[in-house]
Design a protein around this ligand. Sequence first.
Ligand code: SAH
Length: 346
Amino acid sequence: MNNKKKDIRALTKAQLREFFVGEGDKAFRGNQVYEWLWSKGAHTFDDMTNISKDTRQKLQEHFVINHIKVDRMQKSEDGTIKNAVRLHDGLIVESVLIPAKNRTTACVSSQVGCSLDCRFCATAKLKRMRNLNPDEIYDQVVAIDNESRLYHNRPLSNIVFMGMGEPLMNYNNVLKAIDKITSPEGLGMSPKRIVVSTSGVPKMIKKMADEEVKFKLAVSLHSAIDEVRTSIMPFNATFPLTDLREALEYWYAKTKNRITYEYVVWDGINDKRKDVEALIKFCKFAPSKVNLIEYNPIDDGEFQQAHSSAINMYVDMLEANNITVTVRRSRGKDIDAACGQLANKS
Ligand code: SAH
């Protein structure tokens, strides 16, 4: 019986209005319920206090509200919080709250597991189980917004799609979630405060450009040499750098939004002069900046962070070529909440 009921949050506002009209009620009732489901974040029909008891009963007969549940919250010494989030079917994803001086960032997941096979990433060791629904992505953001207000006395200010999964392999749902996050009927956040991070799926980058999305794009580059990139990110064999480059040029031409390249420097893998030279060349194709991220070791010890001299070489050479570069420290390492460490260990 229960599993015949539909997830009410899979309905658009128009569909909800139609439902009420079909039940002989006013279309406006659909707006009220929609507001409860999204901007007011109701977890049960009984939360909807301005809806009559009979109507709530009717909703109960037809629908369920599949809300996520924060199963476990861990706090790092540096204030980072990691949520293990249970989905309606029992699967778990993780999301992270990263506090900084003037901002709070939510790092959210887009898939259970991941479609890709980056060899340095803990999430890649998990099989991709399924894509997250728009509401499951939205709920992670709401949970972190609440935690930010509770523990840091301020609302969430930024969102990065850098949790588990490859957002562009769950494109439609990620875009629907962002629509809700940015709409006044949802959280009303500015799309400029949202970053979608991808390993680089050329076709989808072009599609995003065509749809003139307003959020920012980050690409996990890690190497601008095909041979090296394929050895650490095997899917690069299918989506080689020339295709990626072409898609990024297209992205910039359409959106005029510069691209951030995420980049880890590993000992013996991409720590030579020729690696930096290739990166500099790649950065010239479209306006971009480079974020050098610290490597967070995952258990097998195969990869090691490069020596600081190699990092300094990257910074010096990039700057000498007028490319903006930042060196980002890891957050939440002690609770396995840093980049690439999300793997449901608990
Ligand atoms: N699939 C998307 C988003 C998830 S990964 C993407 O690839 O961009 C978020 C970032 O963490 C990516 O830049 C990824 O390359 C990086 N990352 C993965 N494993 C890491 C690790 N062990 N240490 C540091 N960064 C890592």
